[in-house]
Ligand binder design. Structure first.
Ligand code: NAD
Length: 408
């Protein structure tokens, strides 16, 4: 194994060709330690955190949500167990630039861009204004100029509190990616209440994917090293779409010169977890260990508990209630956007910025899979815990379906 000191990061790899220019050989590993690998960009992760050497080369799939295989032994394994490490896929041309940005994370003064000021966008913005103490500024963008002016005025007129609140400014198109976090809530058209459309999320796929392609290309051109947070529907498929479209050259060929998979994250599972908790309370079901996984919509998996106490019938019942909760609000004659804006986006985004475990769709073996994870200076860290085989089989099924649907 070769170790190099590169900008005070310890890079470690089996071949010289994996290393960037400018590193100096060292004899011993030091923290932060980064394992360099080269893997297929279409089906592999880009930058992720590990707590054991056994995780470095494990196959990608839902088993990564359970505790890793027995730890290896030896000095390197001991080092990783003590300090943790990152794995970086050098197949992505921006891998080292993104690594540097992650290793020196900001803890305050974030700059956010919010694209799309419809019902969801307006709710997310209101939530971030009130709760986002660690955000300095939110630059807002929507083709509807009147909406930009409206929110700039309305949220500029919120009474000061004894803790900081972000400033709201109107974003120029050319400044969209001058931020740490771009939150995307725009849609080309949510089916109306009387449209008769059953799956209002999937119905938006084609139009929203086309709209997003322009933003994905722009992220690529500007060598964006921040995070692209996808909120509009269908969240999980569009997150994958943003990643893919940013990694194609002008002839449509994948060259992996765009976003790393972990720079894109889908935000739709937060509201599913909150809806499941709501129905569990109504039906007096214990849900303190409750979990939600998979896509925001068809394919969702809710569990009353991940391992001990898992009840398949109760879990499937809660899954169905959470999956169709939006239709209950629609039946009252209203478009549901308040709980989604606050749970899937505002609260989950703030947890992301704070480095806390949160719900989001994250890259795993070539799909964006909803689960709990957190952002660390060593990359994205999955929440791993024992999962009962019955539940794991459900997760594998929904994972397979996503993989089939998102084949490039
Ligand atoms: N993630 C979740 O939990 C969740 C929950 C509910 C809804 N949603 C989704 O959020 C999205 C937004 O819903 P909504 O109710 O706010 O829709 P909306 O129709 O009220 O607003 C959409 C906004 O997008 C803007 N827009 C259109 N084209 C644009 C472009 N090219 N660039 C920038 N902005 C553009 C429009 O001007 C409009 O302001 C939908 O896809 C909806 O299904 C997500």
């Amino acid at each position: 194994m070769i170790f190099q000191n590169w900008n005070n990061i310890c890079l470690c790899g089996e071949e010289e060709t994996l290393f960037p220019a400018g590193g100096k050989r060292v004899d011993e590993p030091f923290a932060p330690l980064v394992f360099l690998v080269r893997r297929d960009g279409l089906t592999s992760r880009g930058l992720y955190a590990v707590t054991s050497l056994a995780e470095v080369n494990e196959p990608e799939g839902v088993a990564c949500l359970t505790p890793a295989a027995a730890p290896e032994t030896g000095p390197l394994a001991d080092f990783v167990a003590r300090h943790g490490a990152a794995v970086l896929n050098t197949a992505f041309s921006n891998a080292f630039a993104v690594l540097q940005r992650f290793v020196q994370p900001k803890t305050s003064g974030f700059r956010v861009t919010l694209v799309g000021l419809g019902d969801v966008g307006g709710t997310v913005l209101t939530g971030l204004k009130l709760l986002g103490q660690e955000i300095d500024s939110i630059a807002i963008y929507d083709p509807r100029q009147d909406m930009c002016r409206r929110y700039e005025m309305e949220l500029g007129q919120v009474l000061e509190q004894d803790r900081p609140m972000p400033q709201i400014t109107i974003c120029r198109e050319e400044d969209l990616f001058r931020c740490d976090l771009l939150v995307f809530t725009a849609s080309r058209g949510v089916p109306g209440l009387d449209s008769g459309v059953q799956d209002v999320r999937m119905a938006q796929l084609e139009a929203n994917r086309t709209m997003l392609a322009a933003y994905a290309k722009r992220a690529r051109q500007e060598h964006f090293t921040g995070l692209f947070c996808q909120v509009s529907d269908p969240v999980d498929h569009l997150a994958r779409g943003v990643f893919l479209d940013s990694n194609r050259d002008e002839h449509g060929v994948y060259d992996f010169a765009g976003l790393l998979p972990e720079q894109v994250q889908g935000f739709g599972l937060g509201v599913m977890a909150a809806r499941a908790a709501y129905y569990a309370r109504q039906e007096h079901v214990e849900f303190s260990q409750g979990r939600a996984y998979g896509p925001h919509g068809q394919g969702l998996v809710v569990a009353n508990a991940p391992a001990v106490g898992y009840n398949d019938a109760v879990s499937r019942h809660l899954t169905e209630l959470a999956r169709t909760a939006n239709l209950q609000v629609r039946a009252l004659g209203f478009k549901p956007y308040i709980a989604p804006g606050l749970s899937s986006a505002t609260i989950s985004l703030l947890q992301l910025l704070r480095g806390e475990m949160h719900y989001g769709a994250v890259p795993l073996g070539g799909v964006y899979f909803g689960c709990r994870s957190r952002m660390t200076r060593l990359g994205l860290q999955l929440f791993r815990e024992p999962i009962t085989p019955e539940l794991l089989a459900r997760l594998e099924e929904t994972y397979r379906e996503l993989k089939e649907a998102d084949r490039p």
